[in-house]
Structure formats: C-alpha cells, structure tokens
Design a protein around this ligand. Structure first.
Ligand code: SIN
Length: 496
C-alpha cells in the first residue's frame, strides 16, 4: 500500500507528541495494541524532570545529567533538552495533563536519585506516565490530521535507492507493506529482552533490530539501565517501585537488617550504583528489601501499593522484596538533533533513539523528557521536509501466514540476556550469549529476528567495551578507558 501520510511506528509519548507536532500534515500511526496499552510510557511512575522548583535552574539539571552519564553525555544535547524542559511541561499542562499542584498552583516536585533538587513533575504520586498518555490520546483523537491503525506491527524497513521508503507490517490476518514519504520509529526500547524487566513484554528491541538490519548506525547499545527496585514477587514483568519512594525517605535493607548502599548519597546514589548494590545482595542470598513503613504508600503511591497488595504485602507493615531489573535502554538508533538517523527517510524518537542525552547512565525521569523534546523536534523536522500533502485514510492490505516467534526460544533469549548480558558482565558470558543468539537467528521469523539483532548489538558492544563505565560493569575490566561512544552497524558485529 502507498500512502502520502507520514508514517509513525509506535504509540507511546514520543510517537503521539511527534504526531501532534506534525499538524496539519496527514499522519498514519501504526501500533500493535490499542493506544495506552503496551507502551512503556504509560507505565512510567516518576514523571518528567524539569528545573521548575524555587531556586532550581536548567544549568543545575544539565550538571546532574552530565554527572550521572559517566562521561558519555553529549553536552549540546543535554543543554538543549534540560533547557527546553519547562516549556514542554507547560505545553502538556495546557493540553490538560493534571500535574500535582500545591495550594498556590505551583508544581509539586518529586526527588529522584542523582538529582540535586526535587525536580520531577508528577501526577497522582506515581501515575505520571498513565496520565500524560491519557492527555495525549485525547489530543490525538481530536486531531483530524492523525489516523491510528491498531493491531499492526512493523517488522522491517523498506529501503529503496538508499532511502527508507516504508515498512513491512504484520497483523492478525497476515503480512503486507506500507510505502510512505517518511518513517518515524518511536516504538520503545529493549528492556523486555531480559527475563527480569519492568517493561511491557512486547518492548523487546524491535525498533533497533529493524533499523540495524536496514543498515542504520547504532550508538552505545551496551548501556542498558537496570532499575534497583523492581518488586520481586514473581510477576513478569516485575512491577516498579519508583525511585521517588527513596526520595521520600524509603531505604534498602537486607535480610540481616543492614542498610547496604555504600555511597555518600546512600539510596539516592546514581541508579547504576544502587542497582549493583541490590544485585550483589541478591547474589549473596541476602534478600534485598525496600523498607516503606514510614511512607504513606497507599495515599501517595497507588500503583506501588496495588502491586504490593497483589502479592499479599502491606507496605505499612512488611518489607518489600526487590530486585535489579532491566528498565531502560540508553543506547539505540543513533540520531542527530533533529531525530534523523543515518538512513535518509528514517527518523527515530523516544527510547528507540540514542541522542547522547543519557550517556552511560540515565538520570531518573529524563526519559519522558527526552521523548517530549526530541519527539517534538523530529515531528517538526519531518513536517518541514515532507511538506503538506493531502492524503486520504490509509487501508493496508494484509494477507498470508504470519509466523509467530517460538515462546521457548524467546524465553531462552531473555534468560540468556539476564544471565550473560546483565548487571555484571564478563567475556566468557558475553561470548556465550553471542553464540546462543547466533544459533537462534537461524530460521527466525522477522519479528524474532529483530529481537535477536537488538540482543546481538547489545552483547557485541558490551564485549567490545573493555572497561566499566555507568551501566556497563565488566568484572574482568573494572577500570576505565578514555570516554568514547560506541558507533556500530550490524555488519560490524560479524567481526568481534
Ligand atoms: C522511577 O520512577 O523510579 C523510574 C523513573 C525513570 O526511570 O525515569
């Protein structure tokens, strides 16, 4: 099928916000699940980081972002994103996002790890992602330039004469293709590739895998962020216990009753440090727990409270067992300040992209912020390049058989990523992971091949980076080399 609509793959905050920025150019959004379901954005508990508190400044937010990022943050990108943050919060508020306010109408701000100030605008305590998504969905439903097709996944990029010309798609009733003047990939990150994750299970590196298979440059894929406090009660995905709880004074204890985070900032140390501390306690069999007994969880953190209740735990009385879980992909498809990838015709935004904002360790709640700032920028840039063309509603044809990924093979991949490409890495484990991935690639259907390609990029880059920096911790290379980003194509992974 051919459409003159700009094609957006994905339905999270970056995708929907970019679609609004493109008005009035006709847009087609394709998404596997109904809007609001299945996107990591909707599960974000913290909120949007923005220097909006008394005495706080974008320069301070920039400094904290740079310090957390372990030497790999692009200063120009970070200056721009932190500088534009308050404007995007104001735009969301104008669209109706119900941010928590004090009696004087000021924003109520949460404190999260490695931020020097309370700086996270929030909704309902821990419901920012859900509420911002609801706001954007309402705006999209009222926007005549946007058509949304649900039940459709992109599984490949069409490249013609060196330009991305559309996507291959799959749905319940078959396969097909959509040719479009420009493609924006905004379908999420890769943390669902891991057996222990806080992400919706569908978020498994498909965007990065698809782009890498088409020849895109991938940046810093080894940097997967592990969240220290996923609730360890056996749910898959593991429910998140937001870092804002620690900002309110919650602390971590092990089975011996000891606080174990050895850092001047204790539980509010950068996320990679706290995640490694939690992982070490788990490995040692000392059952790390979050002590929430002094926090009004039921009143102020309803999502966390509900997760505890599902496991029969009362946070006012019980310690809550936690684990480090794959949470956010800081690497991704390399893009410039306008969201352009190395492939003409392909833009990327949100967690699928790597802009250089997060470096080796993302600062809490900079993820939704980046989705907003860079989603908007990509939307404006595509609209400017493509120009306004009238376009009727698109109706892609789907036919033929779709081969679903084998659940046993997907489970093996996820187990491999957690065991061998996890919080602590070494050459034997990473080499083993690459061999498992290569074996699974034989005869893999496109949807699974995208996941495997993403896994390959992460494991290959982790093996090649012979140092420990930010979220990349190599037990066999604990020292640091001069800071340098990884830039990698799929072809290069064939030569470790
Ligand atoms: C959290 O609320 O702890 C997660 C926020 C984030 O990952 O940015």
């Amino acid at each position: 099928m051919q459409t003159d609509r700009i094609l957006i793959v994905g339905g999270g905050i970056a995708a929907l916000y970019a679609a609004l920025a493109m008005a009035p150019r006709p847009v087609l959004v394709i998404v596997p699940e109904p809007l609001g379901m299945g996107a990591s954005s909707a599960w974000a508990q913290g909120g949007v980081a923005a220097a909006m508190g008394p005495g706080d400044r974008p320069a301070d937010h920039l400094a904290d972002t740079m310090a957390a990022g372990a030497g790999l943050v692009d200063p120009a990108v970070a200056r721009r994103v932190t500088g534009e943050a308050p404007d995007h919060v104001a735009r969301l508020a104008a669209l109706g996002a119900p941010f928590d306010r004090d009696l004087h109408g000021g924003y109520m701000l949460s404190r999260e790890a490695a931020h020097g100030a309370a700086r996270v605008v929030r909704v309902g305590g821990d419901r920012a992602g859900q509420a911002i998504m609801a706001t954007l969905i309402r705006a999209i439903q009222a926007a005549p330039h946007v058509q949304v097709l649900t039940g459709i996944s992109a599984v490949g990029l069409l490249v013609e004469s060196g330009r991305v010309a559309g996507v291959e798609i799959e749905g319940a009733i078959g396969r097909g293709s959509v040719h479009a003047p420009a493609v924006l990939l905004a379908g999420g990150g890769a943390a669902g590739l891991y057996a222990v994750t806080t992400n919706p299970l569908r978020i498994r590196g498909q965007m990065m895998g698809m782009a890498a298979r088409a020849g895109a440059v991938i940046r810093d894929p080894e940097f997967v962020q592990f969240h220290p406090t996923a609730i360890a009660t056996g749910e898959d995905p593991a429910p998140l216990a937001t870092e804002a709880l620690r900002g309110e004074g919650a602390h971590l204890v092990n089975a011996l009753g000891q606080r174990f985070v050895c850092h001047p900032m204790r539980e509010l140390a950068p996320r990679d440090i706290v995640a490694r501390a939690v992982f070490a306690e788990t490995e040692a069999g000392r059952r790390p727990c979050l002590d929430l007994r002094a926090i009004p969880v039921c009143k102020h953190f309803p999502t966390v409270f509900a997760a505890c209740q599902r496991a029969g735990l009362d946070p006012a009385r019980h310690l809550i067992p936690v684990t480090a879980a794959a949470h956010y992909h800081m690497g991704g498809i390399s893009v410039d300040a306008r969201g352009r990838s190395a492939l003409p015709g392909l833009w990327v935004a949100g967690e699928a992209a790597c802009t250089g904002l997060h470096g080796g360790n993302r600062l809490a709640s900079n993820g939704l912020l980046e989705a907003l700032v860079m989603g908007w920028a990509a939307g404006l840039d595509i609209a400017a390049e493509i120009g306004a063309r009238p376009a009727p509603f698109a109706a892609p044809l789907l036919a033929g058989e779709v081969t679903e990924p084998d659940p046993a093979k997907v489970a093996l991949l996820r187990q491999t990523m957690t065991q061998d490409v996890g919080v602590i890495r070494d050459a034997p484990g990473l080499t083993r992971a690459l061999a498992t991935i290569a074996a699974l690639e034989a005869d893999a259907p496109p949807a699974f091949l995208n996941m495997l390609t993403a896994a390959r990029m992460i494991a290959h880059a982790a093996l090649s980076r012979r140092e420990s920096r930010g979220a990349q911790c190599r037990s066999d290379f604990p020292g640091q080399l001069p800071p340098k980003s990884t830039l990698l194509t799929l072809a290069e992974t064939e030569h470790p």
